[in-house]
Design a protein around this ligand. Structure first.
Ligand SMILES: Cc1cc2nc3c(=O)[nH]c(=O)nc-3n(C[C@H](O)[C@H](O)[C@H](O)COP(=O)(O)OP(=O)(O)OC[C@H]3O[C@@H](n4cnc5c(N)ncnc54)[C@H](O)[C@@H]3O)c2cc1C
Length: 391
């Protein structure tokens, strides 16, 4: 029995699956062996296809040039995107969904609309050496200077810095009525004073880098302030909620792929004269994986439906944390079992289980660690009780 969804939803799901299976997955090993890179012409074709198929800017309203998908539909697409390794799925770009509602006309014309069209790409500079889980500990500063702001700080893990045209920079205000409060700025990458300090290597093999970036007296016009002074944290929370939901979806997709691949292998791999699928030890690993995937998928789908129905934002906040926590930890367990089922082959970089085993680890860290998700869930439980959170 399939999960109930409209014909349109099913069509979007199948369209995304075909795109991932036919256009992205065939390039995984090439990417793995080439530092995450594939032929730039093929990548450009994939990006164009992702736009033509309505996946890029799927979170943006149609009147702005997006495809205006519901959160449930975006979840279905993200789940399929999660089935491919090496971040090849990042050819599907989803611009900052929180931005159009508060962007000025200038910001819409300069950054938002070109990003929706796919002409510009953004990245996020929030985390710092001393401020990871505790975002409020950031030391980056923004000081008003005439018609401009001067930005200073050192940002860590700026994902996709090498692919981006502008970044969102979160800082604390120095001076003025909002001294010490957070503010968010849009900063073009070619603004003087921005410098890559170091580009560390990470566990996964992605073309996108995550450098440490220094900002020294970076001067941006006041028109680059997003929303009002003091609004910075609100945008970050909104972004976190969206990303947590989509990470949960991608983790379900990864687990789905791993279960399919490991099952196919187990049915064909013969040891002691019979397919290893016949051994109960192997069956149990697959059975546990499938059961946990079902649970994670139902949570993730129901959460999406709740967001589309306009569920209270505090409830959404807790449920996004629950879905991200459970789905990311589930996918980690499934990847570990998949490596085991593949045996020595599962330890080879050309094997999907090996790649996912490394790649899925970060889903328990970024956009809030598993511990931080538990803190959020427990906080909401103490304030509201369990019924509003889990029905
Ligand atoms: C590959 C990658 C890409 C990233 N991309 C970006 C990006 O584009 N932009 C950006 O701004 N940031 C980015 N990040 C940063 C990411 O969001 C942080 O790494 C994450 O929030 C955790 O912060 P931290 O690494 O400083 O760990 P810490 O906050 O130092 O945590 C260390 C450990 O302490 C635990 N801990 C912390 N607080 C608590 C608590 N209250 N209770 C219990 N345990 C706790 C954590 O769970 C963790 O186990 C990226 C990180 C990675 C690894």
């Amino acid at each position: 029995m399939s999960y109930p969804m409209s014909l349109e939803d099913r069509e979007i799901q199948e369209r995304a699956r075909r795109f991932v299976d036919e256009e992205l997955i065939p390039h995984e090993v090439e990417a793995e062996m080439n530092g995450g890179h594939i032929d730039p012409e093929i990548k450009a074709q994939q990006q164009q296809m992702a736009r033509d198929l309505g996946f890029s800017a799927m979170n943006m309203p149609t009147e702005l040039g997006g495809s205006g998908m519901t959160i449930f539909q975006q979840t279905l697409v993200s789940e399929q995107i999660g089935r491919v390794t090496n971040a090849l799925g990042w050819v599907v770009s989803t611009p900052a969904g929180w931005l159009p509602a508060i962007a000025t006309d200038h910001q819409m014309a300069t950054w938002v609309l070109p990003t929706i069209k796919g002409d510009l790409h953004e990245c996020y500079a929030i985390t710092e050496e001393g401020a990871g889980s505790d975002v409020d500990a950031i030391q980056a500063t923004a000081r008003r200077d005439g018609d401009d702001y001067l930005l200073n700080g050192l940002k860590w893990h700026v994902t996709s810095y090498n692919e981006a045209n502008y970044l969102f920079f979160q800082a604390k205000l120095e001076g003025g009525d909002h001294q010490g409060e957070h503010a968010m700025f849009i900063v073009d990458m070619d603004t003087p004073g921005i410098e890559v300090v170091r580009t560390p290597a990470f566990m996964h093999t992605y073309a996108d880098t995550h450098p440490i970036v220094g900002f020294t007296d970076v001067r941006v016009p006041a028109a680059n302030l997003v929303g009002e002074e003091g609004d910075g944290m609100g945008f970050t929370y909104e972004w976190f909620r969206y990303e947590r939901q989509m990470i949960a979806a991608r983790c379900c997709g990864a687990a789905d792929r791993l279960i399919d691949e490991a099952t196919a292998f187990a049915k064909e791999r013969v040891q002691f004269g019979e397919p290893i699928f016949e051994f109960q030890a192997i069956q149990f690993m697959l059975a546990d994986s499938l059961t946990e995937l079902w649970a994670a998928r139902l949570m993730t789908y129901e959460l999406a439906r709740g967001i589309d129905r306009g569920e209270d934002v505090k409830i959404q906040h807790a449920q996004c944390s629950m879905a991200k926590l459970y789905a990311s930890e589930m996918a980690g367990r499934v990847a570990d079992r998949a490596v085991q089922i593949f045996g020595g082959r599962g330890y080879m970089r050309e094997n999907v289980a090996e790649r996912f085993f490394r790649e899925l680890r970060v889903d328990r860290i970024w956009e809030g660690t598993s511990e931080v998700q538990r803190v959020i869930i427990a906080d909401q439980l103490s304030k509201r009780g369990s019924t509003p959170l889990v029905g």
